[in-house]
Design a binder for this molecule. Structure first.
Ligand SMILES: Nc1ncnc2c1ncn2[C@@H]1O[C@H](COP(=O)(O)OP(=O)(O)OP(=O)(O)O)[C@@H](O)[C@H]1O
Ligand SMILES: [Mg+2]
Length: 458
């Protein structure tokens, strides 16, 4: 059972206090009474109260002052105001000062019961909201970003140092290295944490849509614009705007972004007025923007605007010591979610995980563990539950049977072909990545592709 709710009745009419006290005690509430403002203040000083039920006219002042006092000292306490003089102004004043409800004397006991019950329920909801907000805020602090390696420690230090400022941040890192996670942590640790975190993938939308998403549009701006719409720059006001895949924006969009960042003002599509915006911009990119600038695919001036503070999220293969911790973290999460008893990763499996290169970084590890937990029937993840791509590099392949009919050349060629296929699969056709996975130069890769008849494609 939860503790009884405490209620304080404030009324100078003794009989009224008595009557209300009897009524509300029957409701299971713990009741205290006060006959004046001073008495009420004294009682409130002694400890928290869940609800104050107060008359407006008191010998030493009015109930609205108590209301003001309660709301400033303890905003979570609910207040219900009772009065015999039912004017609209009084009701408005009470609500403005934060009263949950307002009840006219004389009242019906059932009506009072309902008003008190509702006020207490509202208060509980408010507490819940505060608690959840706090929890969500925590969820997006640095505690969600896992890592014990030196590179991650430096990253945490950097994030802690720059989070409280409003400086523009550019997060660069390979796919799946946690760029969005870091952006959210920066927001969560900043003075803007209570404000919104609004993200948009700049690479996923055609220009016209991206523009109206970012800057909004006025009614009638284009054929489908039956209503005006706020842009994300405005929606994120007071908070953080996360521009994901910013390297993929077109040159005309880059000009528009530059203007918005320089002037901190935006103009909705089809609009004539500019709107001032108060956002912190964090952007992210897989491809280093410097190289895009070099190739003239990204404006240099915008690059400098975005990269006031550069942050790099390191690939997983540069911090292998984080793999066990991350793997165990994901294991526990998925085991809980799927209601499975898998509790650890076997030593053999862990060795495989640590020697693999993880081109898809933490996201790939997360997926591998999810799959392993789903299929595992014992309490430890066994190497066989790992996908072949992860197992292959470290596994001691049984040697083929040699003898009549065996050809070393043919065998080596088949191994080469399999590894080549694997590298192309994993790099999703990106030859630079494929070459790196195989430890060969791009030139050798071209040669290998030709040799195995895969060179014809682009
Ligand atoms: N250090 C980390 N600790 C815990 N989880 C992580 C970490 N880094 C990444 N993750 C998880 O990996 C997944 C990918 O992370 P995130 O989306 O932040 O990557 P990203 O760099 O934005 O990738 P992309 O470039 O593909 O958008 C998420 O589920 C995230 O929670
Ligand atoms: Mg991302």
């Amino acid at each position: 059972m939860t503790e009884a709710k405490r209620i304080l009745i404030v009324d100078d009419e003794h009989s009224m206090c008595e009557m209300l006290a009897i009524l509300l005690k029957k409701e299971g509430l713990e009741v205290g009474t006060a006959g004046s403002r001073a008495e009420a203040a004294e009682r409130l000083r002694r400890g928290p109260v869940d609800l104050v039920l107060t008359d407006v006219q008191l010998p030493d002042g009015d109930g609205l002052e108590i209301l003001r006092h309660v709301k400033s000292a303890s905003p979570e306490t609910a207040v219900v105001v009772m009065t015999a003089y039912g004017t609209t102004e009084m009701a408005v004043a009470a609500r403005k000062l934060g009263a949950e409800a307002y009840i006219l004397k004389p009242f019906d006991v059932d009506e009072l019961r309902i008003v008190v019950r509702d006020a207490l329920a509202n208060r509980r909801l408010r507490e819940e909201v505060v608690r959840l907000k706090r929890e969500v805020g925590q969820a997006y602090g640095l505690d969600r970003v896992i890592g014990v390696s030196q590179v991650m420690e430096s990253l945490f230090e950097m994030v802690r140092a720059i989070a409280p400022t409003s400086s523009t941040v550019l997060v660069t890192g390979e796919s799946g290295t946690g760029k969005e996670l870091v952006a959210r942590a920066i927001h969560g640790l900043s003075g803007r944490a209570e404000g919104p975190f609004v993200g948009i993938n700049c690479g996923a939308l055609p220009d016209t849509l991206l523009e109206s998403e970012l800057f909004g549009h006025v009614k009638g701006a284009f054929t489908d614009a039956r209503q005006g719409k706020k842009g994300l720059f405005e929606v994120a006001s007071g908070g953080t705007l996360f521009l994901d895949e910013v390297g993929e924006t077109s040159p005309p969009m880059q000009v528009k972004l530059l203007r918005a960042l320089q002037e901190r003002r935006i103009r909705p599509v089809g609009g004539t007025e500019e709107i001032e915006v108060d956002v912190r911009v964090i952007s992210a990119t897989n491809t280093p923007l410097e190289s895009l600038v070099e190739q003239k695919r990204f404006r240099e001036d915008l690059f400098y605007r975005l990269q006031v503070i550069p942050i790099r999220t390191p690939p997983l293969r540069e911090r292998r010591e984080d793999i066990p911790l991350l793997a165990q973290h994901f294991l526990e999460r998925f085991a809980r979610e799927m209601g499975k008893r898998v509790a650890k990763i076997s030593e053999d499996a862990m060795r495989q995980l640590q020697s693999y290169d993880w081109p898809g970084n933490v996201r790939e590890l997360e997926n591998v563990i999810e799959r392993a937990v789903a299929f595992e029937t014992t309490e430890a993840v066994m190497p066989e539950r790992l996908p072949e791509s992860v197992r292959l590099p470290g596994r001691a392949e049984p040697l083929p049977a040699i003898g009549d009919g065996f050809s070393l050349d043919a065998y080596l060629l088949s191994v080469e072909a399999r590894l080549l296929g694997e590298a192309l699969d994993r790099s999703r056709g990106d030859r630079g990545v494929a070459a790196r996975l195989l430890g060969v130069s791009p030139r050798s890769l071209r040669y290998l592709l030709q040799k195995h008849g895969a060179g014809a494609k682009n």
